[in-house]
Design a protein around this ligand. Structure first.
Ligand code: C2E
Ligand code: MG
Ligand code: MG
Length: 437
């Protein structure tokens, strides 16, 4: 740590000064810029040369930055390897870029510290009040977000992008709308039938969430599930969905007691202790046979923390619920884990199925997944079947179950009894020869 007398101002002082200068700027209609700097490889310097030497580095960097500042600018040491500069009374927007570049070049030149020549480098993020944020916390967040984007893109610096703020605002608005929709029961499910390819009979269906947004129309679940996953909303949405799906499935599939119901489980919940209890509760309320419930999880979700995922999946498996790996082939499954996980089904991602009749490589991948599943005593489902040729080919290749627009599009629960009536009379998918996405 640096000694107090040698340090630039600290983080809490930055918060104070931000408050003061934002108030002043808002009264005068002025602007201020917040620049944050991260010294690269500081951890390694500490490890290689010791903390005492690390402190000397920080002291020297602080002096370099100080030398590059104008008299009214303020320097703060806000984290072990992070500095912030407050540029008050910003006369022109271009000064943000000039000041950031000047400070970065003052740090990055070769430094001689305690007789040791070091080549230091730093990255920066910058944000401006009121262009990018209208209060202290948002300004800090914007500058941090610009710095993190510089890190990700391996750039020297990034100035916060106002369109990014717009995107964040849109996302926040969507989250609010989603919360309301959940409260008002505006979300619903459509069900897509799956068929047993060998026998040509309906084996079950997958529940797919739908949101008819008041002004934006149908929003893709991929978009709003990702928004829900950013907060606790995903738990509320998931527990709510278990009850709706199980109730609707009981009503619509009363005639086919052996049918299964597949529910997509968000990656965010695979690491929740509560999930098995919630599933258990809903199963009991709706009198569902656990074995008829299939929970679809993606490979990447399981690989975030395989040990915890294994615990959750084992708890569900012990209840008799089946686990399916969705979008198989697109993530990074470790075969070592696949062997340990209580998985009973692999679901081949539609990206391999859609063009498999023309693309030899896709066909070979599909065949490999079918063989892998069977060798591990799992069954295999192909999604994205859009024509008869693909369905027949999958049947020949030994795929067990199929799902896709050719067989049936996702439909409201109320349409399922009529659909089942039709397929009892003719074979599924026979009505159309080809359906495009
Ligand atoms: P998924 O679980 O892989 O679902 C399959 C997606 O493929 C669905 O898109 C379905 O409508 C679409 N699809 C079905 N047959 C065909 C076909 O023949 N061709 C093509 N091109 N597409 C087909 P959807 O409904 O837009 O859902 C997208 C994703 O959103 C799902 O992918 C799933 O990851 C997620 N999702 C949907 N509902 C839920 C839910 O209730 N909870 C969670 N956590 N995620 C959900
Ligand atoms: Mg799925
Ligand atoms: Mg899928």
């Amino acid at each position: 740590m640096l000694h107090e007398s040698e340090t630039p101002l600290q983080r809490d002082q930055l918060l104070n000064q931000l408050d003061q200068h934002i108030t002043k700027a808002s009264e005068k209609g002025g602007r201020i810029a917040l620049l944050v700097f991260n010294l690269q490889h500081f951890r390694e310097i500490n490890i290689d040369f010791g903390h005492h030497f690390g402190d000397s580095v920080l002291k020297q960097v602080a002096q370099c930055i100080q030398g590059a500042l104008r008299p009214n600018d303020r320097l703060f040491h806000i984290g072990s390897d992070e500095f912030a500069v407050l540029v008050t009374d910003l006369k022109a927007y271009q000064i943000v870029q000039l000041a950031t570049e000047k400070i970065l070049s003052s740090i990055t030149s070769n430094q001689s510290i305690s007789g040791q020549v070091l080549s230091l480098s730093a990255q920066a993020g910058a944000a401006v009040y009121p262009d990018h944020a209208d209060n202290r916390d948002d300004l800090l967040r914007a500058a941090d977000s610009a710095l993190s984007s510089a890190r990700k893109k391996r750039l020297k610096y990034v100035i916060y992008d106002a369109s990014r703020r717009q995107q964040e605002e849109l996302r926040a608005k969507l989250k609010g709308d989603l919360r309301e929709a959940l409260k008002n029961n505006d979300l619903m499910f459509h069900y897509q039938p799956q068929i047993d390819l060998r026998q040509g009979i309906v084996s079950g269906c997958e529940a797919l969430i739908r949101w008819p947004h008041e002004t934006q129309g149908w929003i893709s679940p991929e978009i709003f599930i990702a928004v829900a996953e950013e907060s606790e909303l995903i738990e509320e949405l998931t527990y709510w969905s278990f009850n709706i799906i199980m109730r609707e499935w009981r009503q619509s599939f009363a005639e086919v007691p052996s049918a299964s119901i597949a529910i997509n489980l968000s990656a965010a919940l695979l690491h929740s202790r509560e999930i098995a209890d919630q599933v258990n509760r809903s199963i009991n309320i709706w009198g569902i046979r656990p074995a008829s419930l299939v929970l679809e999880v993606t490979e990447s979700a399981m690989m975030v923390d395989p040990a915890i995922a294994l615990k959750t999946l084992n708890a569900l498996h012990e209840m008799g619920v089946k686990i399916s790996i969705d979008d198989f082939g697109t993530g990074y499954s470790s075969l070592a884990y696949l062997k340990k996980l209580p998985v009973s089904e692999l679901k081949i991602d539609k990206s391999f199925v859609l063009h498999m009749t023309e693309d030899r490589k896709d066909r070979e991948i599909v065949q490999s997944i079918i063989d892998l599943a069977h060798n591990l005593h799992m069954h295999v489902v192909a999604e994205g079947i859009e024509n008869l040729q693909t369905m027949n080919l999958l049947k020949e290749m030994g795929c067990d179950y199929g799902q896709g627009f050719y067989i049936a599009r996702p439909m409201p629960a109320a349409n399922i009894p009529a659909y089942l009536d039709t397929v009892h009379r003719e074979s599924p998918g026979a009505a159309d020869d080809e359906i495009s996405a």
